[in-house]
Design a protein around this ligand. Structure first.
Ligand code: DC
Length: 219
């Protein structure tokens, strides 16, 4: 079974994806972490964003893998586990910039499909619309900007990053604008997705709503 979880930054996609995967016995896949790993590689190698064809070749040459083990999504770049480097604000910003480049998105399409396979809960921005239009169940999560900034802030603080709520709110707003306005696979709510506004819901409540949908469809 394939379940897609799309939605804007800070809505809680990764948390919900992991919880669902654990309950349903599926793998959890984070395509956000894939974009972040590519941003990390670009930064490390000092690759320019100007020459988009060279950028495409660079991204195509990367070996990207992901596995779900002991409740953790681990992302590998050319065999190295880079998961610990992906939450830095600089990486978030660069990931959002490269995600707006069509050549990068195209180069990552098959990578994401390979990693997703046939049995997974997959989170991202264009999973139900572009990457896995054939997903069995599509979910779109949303929440107010205030609540998303607060969730992201709490997550970053829990990872030991020294950021302010104002800074995080600005970052989330910038990424929202970029993710929604880009011409290539912008963040949209697929017509066939179940929409859940999580502003006033706990993680358990969101998970239970999705489980109800899964059970009612009995895929
Ligand atoms: O969900 P996240 O914050 O880890 O994602 C990092 C960036 O990658 C974010 O700015 C949006 C982009 N992204 C995307 O464009 N498409 C996806 N399927 C996943 C992430």
């Amino acid at each position: 079974m394939l379940i897609s979880i799309d939605g804007p930054s800070g809505v809680g996609k990764t948390t919900i994806t992991k919880r669902l995967a654990d309950i349903l016995g599926l793998r959890a896949v984070s395509t956000g972490a894939i974009y972040r790993a590519v941003a990390y590689a670009i930064k490390k190698e000092g690759v320019s964003l100007e020459d988009v064809e060279a950028l495409r070749r660079f991204v195509e040459g990367l070996k990207i893998d992901q596995e779900y083990k002991n409740g953790e999504i681990r992302t590998y770049l050319n065999g190295e586990d880079v998961s610990g480097y992906l939450d830095e604000p600089e990486i978030s910003d660069l990931a959002s910039k490269i995600a707006a480049i069509r050549e990068v998105r195209e180069a990552l399409l098959e990578v994401q499909r390979r990693i997703a396979g046939d049995d997974a809960v997959v989170e991202g921005r264009d999973i139900g619309s572009v990457v896995l239009p054939y997903a069995d169940i599509k979910i779109y999560l949303d929440a107010s900007l205030e609540v998303r900034a607060k969730r992201r802030y709490e997550y970053l603080r829990s990872k030991g990053l020294n950021v302010s709520l104002e800074e995080v709110k600005r970052e989330v707003l910038d990424r929202d604008n970029r993710d929604k306005s880009r011409s290539s696979a912008p963040l949209i709510r697929p017509k066939d997705a179940f929409y859940i506004d999580t502003t006033h819901l706990s993680v358990d409540e969101v998970v239970n709503r999705i489980l109800k949908i899964v059970r009612s469809l009995a895929v």
